[in-house]
Design a protein around this ligand. Structure first.
Ligand SMILES: [Zn+2]
Length: 114
């Protein structure tokens, strides 16, 4: 299961950060998740809970901020959000937009620790 290995590494990173800062427990973990990351949010939440058992992260809330897909349209010369996921065309002028500026993120952005 893809999400479980991601959850395990998130827990590992969170534990490492917490130890570095001298904390003993994690209250919440903040994550940015792009809609193109291939990660299913609910599956990740479930996997996170399972992965955190017996660690400093056990009982912490995983806060996921989902990021929309942003592409760059070479015709309009600006960033656009496609109407549909995985359809990389400009919603304004229908030019193909191969340049993805945002949407693949899977980033640990912050922790609340005690
Ligand atoms: Zn355009």
């Amino acid at each position: 299961m893809h999400e479980l290995s991601i959850a395990l590494s998130l827990v590992e990173m969170a534990e490492e950060q917490t130890r570095k800062q001298g904390g003993s427990q994690v209250f919440s973990v903040h994550l940015k998740l792009g809609l193109l990351s291939g990660v299913v949010k609910d599956a990740l939440l479930f996997a996170f809970e399972a992965a955190s058992v017996g660690t400093l992260v056990e009982g912490a809330t995983l806060m996921i901020e989902e990021l929309p897909v942003v592409v760059f349209c070479p015709n309009c010369q600006q960033e656009q959000t496609p109407c549909e996921l995985f359809q990389f065309f400009c919603p304004v002028c229908a030019t193909p937009t191969p340049e993805i500026r945002s949407g693949k993120e899977l980033t640990l952005v912050g922790l609340e620790i005690a």
